[in-house]
Write a protein that binds this ligand. Structure first.
Ligand SMILES: Cc1cc2nc3c(=O)[nH]c(=O)nc-3n(C[C@H](O)[C@H](O)[C@H](O)COP(=O)(O)OP(=O)(O)OC[C@H]3O[C@@H](n4cnc5c(N)ncnc54)[C@H](O)[C@@H]3O)c2cc1C
Ligand SMILES: NC(=O)c1ccc[n+]([C@@H]2O[C@H](COP(=O)([O-])OP(=O)(O)OC[C@H]3O[C@@H](n4cnc5c(N)ncnc54)[C@H](O)[C@@H]3O)[C@@H](O)[C@H]2O)c1
Length: 474
C-alpha cells in the first residue's frame, strides 16, 4: 500500500472536480485529483454534448419533414442510423478529447486513478493500492441514473440508460422511454424524429420540468400531440427473447430496449461516508452550504451533481470553483453568491426556467403578479412556423422587480439567458421594457408579456391589442 499526504484531495475529475482542481492549485501545489472511472466528464462523454448531437440530427430530419408547410416539397428523408450514430460518436469523442488533453497536462503527481473511499476523517483509500492523508477534501463524484434493480434483473442488457445510447452503432427499431423529465423528453423526441418507434411512459401526468400549472398543462398537450405517451400509470416489464414487453392498463407493447430516464442519484453510497464524520441528510448526501461548498465546519467540501442540487453543467462548474477555492484557502472559507438560476431543455419547442420558478415564488410567499404571451400569433414565431407555446413572467408587487420566468416555446435557450441576466441584476419590469427590441423578433413576444405584467402590477397602461410598434404580430 502506497502512502501519500496532500493539502487538498479532490474525488472525481468531472466538470466540478476539474474546476475545483484549478481553483485549489491557486493556493497550493500539493493537490491530488482522484478519478475512479474514465476521464472526459459526464457532460462530454454521456451527457450534454452527445445528447445535443443526437438532437441536432433529429432537428435536421424534422426540418425536412416539415418543409412542405412552406410550400417546399422534398422527398421524405432517408435516415441512415449508422451514419447518424457515427457522427454522434465522432463529435462526442472530439469533445472528450479536449477534456482528456487538459487532464494529460496536469503533472503526474497530481493525478491518481482508482475508486476513493473514506477510511477515517481526512483519510482515503484508493482501491487497494494507495492511502492518502488529506488536509482538505472536495467530493465531486457526480451522479448516476436511478435504475430499478428489479427491472435490471428482468431485462438484463435490454434495460439501457443515456450512456448506452451514445455508444450505439446504429439506431434501433423501437425504444420504450420511461420518465418524462429532462432526459426522457430530449432523447424520446430525438429518437422519434429519427424514425425510431418510441413510446414515453410517465408515472405522473407531468411532462418536463415546468412548475407553472398553465405551462405544465401546455407542455403535456404539445408533446403528447407529437409523441406517443402513456402517462399517469405504473408499468410492469417482462423480457421475451431479445425484446422488452411493457404492460400498463392501456395494454402491452413490445420494444427493442427500455431506456430508463427516471432521475439521477448522487454518487455517495460507496464513498464510506460513515467513516468520514460528516453531517448527512436523510438521502445520505452530506449537508453542505451552497455558497461555500463546506460540509458543516469540516475541511470537506461538496460540489456538482454529488450535492443533489441543480444537476446542470454550469452549476457543477461554479460549485467546483467555489469548493476548490475554499478547500485551498481553508480555514479562511469565503462565501461566493451563486448566479441566478437558469435551466433549458433542448426539446422542440424548447423549455426554460429563469430566475425564481413559479413554485419557488409560491413557497417564498412573495406577493407577485404574472404576465403572459402565447406564441401562437407572435409575428416572428409564425413566420418561421415555430409558433407553439407560451411565456409567463413574474414580478414583485410594489417594487416591480422582475423575479423569474418559465417558458415553452421558440428560442427559449436565448430568452432564458436574457431573463436570467435581468433577474440577477434585479431589473424592474420598467427597466426591461425600456431596453431595445428589434423587429421582427421573438423577443417582441417577451415585450408583450412584460407589458401585460406591468399592467397587472398597476405600473403601466393597458397593453394595446395587436400593438403598433410590434408591426403585425406581437
Ligand atoms: C443525458 C444527459 C444530458 C445532459 N444535458 C445537459 C445539458 O444540456 N446542460 C446542462 O447544463 N447539463 C446537462 N446534463 C447534466 C450535466 O452533465 C451534469 O450536471 C454535470 O456533468 C455534472 O458534473 P459533475 O462534475 O458533478 O459530475 P461528473 O462529470 O459525472 O464527474 C464525477 C466524476 O467522479 C468520478 N467518481 C465518482 N465516484 C468516485 C470515487 N468514489 N472515486 C473516484 N472517482 C469517483 C466519476 O467517475 C466521474 O468521472 C446532462 C446530463 C445527462 C446525463
Ligand atoms: N438540458 C439539460 O440541461 C439537461 C438534459 C438532461 C439532463 N439534465 C440533468 O439531469 C437530471 C436528471 O434527468 P432525468 O430526466 O433523469 O431526471 P428528472 O428528475 O428530470 O426526471 C425523472 C422523471 O422520471 C419519472 N419517474 C421516476 N421513476 C419512474 C418510474 N418508475 N416510472 C415512470 N416514471 C418514473 C419522474 O416522475 C420524472 O418525471 C435533470 O434533472 C437535469 O438536472 C439536464
Amino acid at each position: 500500500m502506497i502512502s501519500l499526504q496532500r493539502d487538498v484531495v479532490i474525488i472525481g475529475t468531472g466538470t466540478a472536480g476539474m474546476t475545483a482542481y484549478r481553483s485549489a492549485l491557486a493556493h497550493t501545489s500539493s493537490v491530488l485529483a482522484i478519478e475512479g472511472g474514465p476521464y472526459g466528464t459526464t457532460c462530454a462523454r454521456v451527457g450534454c454534448m452527445p445528447s445535443k448531437l443526437l438532437i441536432a440530427a433529429a432537428e435536421a430530419a424534422h426540418s425536412a419533414v416539415e418543409a412542405h408547410r412552406f410550400g417546399v416539397h422534398i422527398a421524405p428523408p432517408r435516415i441512415d442510423g449508422a451514419q447518424v450514430m457515427q457522427r454522434v460518436r465522432d463529435e462526442r469523442d472530439r469533445f472528450v478529447g479536449f477534456v482528456t488533453e487538459a487532464v494529460d497536462k496536469w503533472p503526474a503527481e497530481h493525478r491518481l486513478q482508482g475508486h476513493a473511499r473514506f477510511v477515517a476523517p481526512g483519510a482515503l483509500q484508493i482501491d487497494d493500492h494507495t492511502r492518502v492523508e488529506a488536509g482538505r477534501i472536495v467530493i465531486a463524484t457526480g451522479s448516476t441514473p436511478d435504475i430499478s434493480p428489479a427491472w435490471r434483473q428482468t431485462l438484463g442488457e435490454r434495460l439501457i440508460v443515456n450512456d448506452d445510447v451514445f455508444d450505439w452503432q446504429t439506431l434501433p427499431a423501437s425504444v420504450a422511454v420511461v420518465g418524462t423529465g429532462v432526459i426522457g423528453l430530449e432523447l424520446a423526441q430525438a429518437l422519434h424524429r429519427l424514425g425510431v418507434r418510441v413510446r414515453v411512459y410517465g408515472r405522473s401526468g407531468r411532462v418536463g420540468p415546468l412548475t407553472d400549472p398553465v405551462l405544465q398543462a401546455l407542455s403535456a398537450q404539445i408533446f403528447a400531440a407529437e409523441l406517443p405517451m402513456t402517462l399517469g400509470v405504473e408499468l410492469t416489464v417482462a423480457r421475451d427473447g431479445e425484446q422488452v414487453l411493457v404492460t400498463t392498463p392501456a395494454g402491452t407493447e413490445r420494444f427493442d430496449y427500455l431506456l430508463a430516464a427516471t432521475g439521477r442519484t448522487p454518487n455517495v453510497k460507496t464513498l464510506g461516508l460513515e467513516h468520514a464524520g460528516l453531517p448527512l441528510g436523510a438521502n445520505g448526501v452530506p449537508i453542505a452550504d451552497g455558497n461555500t461548498g463546506q460540509i458543516g465546519n469540516s475541511p470537506v467540501f461538496l460540489a456538482g451533481d454529488a450535492s443533489d442540487q441543480h444537476m446542470l453543467l454550469h452549476e457543477a462548474a461554479d460549485a467546483g470553483r467555489i469548493a476548490g477555492d475554499n478547500a485551498g484557502r481553508y480555514p479562511d472559507v469565503r462565501v461566493r453568491p451563486r448566479r441566478a438560476p437558469l435551466a433549458v431543455v433542448f426539446s422542440d419547442p424548447q423549455i426554460m426556467l429563469a430566475g425564481a420558478s413559479y413554485t419557488q415564488l409560491l413557497h417564498q410567499g412573495l406577493a407577485f403578479q404574472t404576465g403572459q404571451v402565447s406564441f401562437e400569433d407572435q409575428g416572428r414565431s409564425r413566420v418561421m412556423l415555430k409558433n407553439r407555446g407560451a411565456l409567463r413572467v413574474y414580478a414583485e408587487c410594489g417594487s416591480g422587480r422582475f423575479l423569474g420566468a418559465e417558458m415553452i416555446g421558440p428560442a427559449a435557450e436565448h430568452l432564458g439567458h436574457l431573463l436570467a441576466w435581468s433577474a440577477q441584476r434585479g431589473d424592474t419590469v420598467q427597466q426591461m421594457l425600456d431596453s431595445p427590441f428589434y423587429h421582427p423578433v421573438i423577443e417582441e413576444g417577451l415585450r408583450s408579456a412584460l407589458r401585460e405584467l406591468q399592467r397587472a402590477l398597476h405600473m403601466g397602461p393597458p397593453p394595446v391589442e395587436r400593438c403598433l410598434d410590434c408591426g403585425p404580430g406581437a
